[in-house]
Design a protein around this ligand. Structure first.
Ligand code: G3P
Ligand code: CA
Length: 239
């Protein structure tokens, strides 16, 4: 079962910061998951929420701020004073961290609240320019964007699901992918085993308890996103 560091090693470092990504880059895991948004001046930045309020010392929406305004924010102190001064990274800076490793990058397009016109193309162009196209896996709750990705390039893509879907694999195929990233409660429902039987590649988020990871491994889930990849590596039998 593949292990992805969810928002970097976000259980032990502030999520979606270079500190969290550098820690993940040191681990023998498959990859790292990151969340991307677009600033007012159309730069790709890595943060989970639409607003900066929860994870920085600032307030407001990313879409209303320029990159230079975003870069002034402290994205580490909310987690611990030890990380004071961590910035909201750009996508390019995350590519820098993984330039010399073999990790895969799951880039989640956060286009389900604001559509961020052009983000799909910008992310694919940035990945291609940096030679990361073969190492990225694009996911989103915005399945229209995943349909666009699946049609455009030979790049891996996945639908993210939150609610329960019947025939989720058939739905994913219509979108244009055989990859489904489903929530933990969904993974224990029949739709997960049905999808696996039909040939889906199923990853599950966010799995922080060892016993859940073990159960998912037993039912044949292909990968997990966890805030504690170090712990999963140490405690899962042959991850
Ligand atoms: O990509 C899996 C997971 O990150 C999706 O949910 O809210 O953590 O971005 P969220
Ligand atoms: Ca995410």
């Amino acid at each position: 079962m593949r292990i992805y560091a969810h928002r970097g090693c976000s259980g032990t470092y502030p999520e979606n910061t270079l500190a969290a990504f550098k820690a993940a880059a040191e681990l023998p895991i498959t990859g790292v998951e990151i969340d991307v948004h677009l600033t007012k001046d159309r730069e790709i930045v890595v943060i989970h929420d639409e607003k900066v309020n929860r994870t920085t010392d600032g307030k407001g929406y990313i879409k209303d701020m320029t990159l230079s305004e975003v870069r002034k924010l402290d994205a580490g102190s909310w987690f611990s004073e030890e990380f004071a001064g961590e910035k909201i990274p750009t996508l390019d800076e995350v590519f820098d961290v993984f330039e010399k490793t073999n990790h895969r990058l799951n880039i989640e397009l956060k286009t389900d609240v604001f559509p961020y016109e052009g983000l799909v193309d910008k992310v694919l162009e940035a990945a291609e320019k940096r030679g990361f196209l073969h190492r990225v896996l694009i996911s989103s709750f915005n399945h229209e964007d995943i349909q666009t990705v699946s049609r455009k390039k030979s790049v891996e893509s996945a639908i993210l699901t939150l609610d329960v879907y019947v025939d989720v694999y058939d739905y994913a195929r219509v979108v244009g992918t055989d990859r489904i990233h489903m929530s933990l409660p969904g993974a224990f429902r029949r739709m997960a085993t049905d999808a696996l039987r039909k040939g889906a590649i199923v990853y599950v988020y966010t799995v922080n308890k060892l016993e859940y990871a073990q159960q998912l491994q037993q039912i044949g889930i292909h990968g997990i996103f966890t805030d504690f990849p170090e712990k999963m590596l140490a405690e899962l039998d042959s991850p």
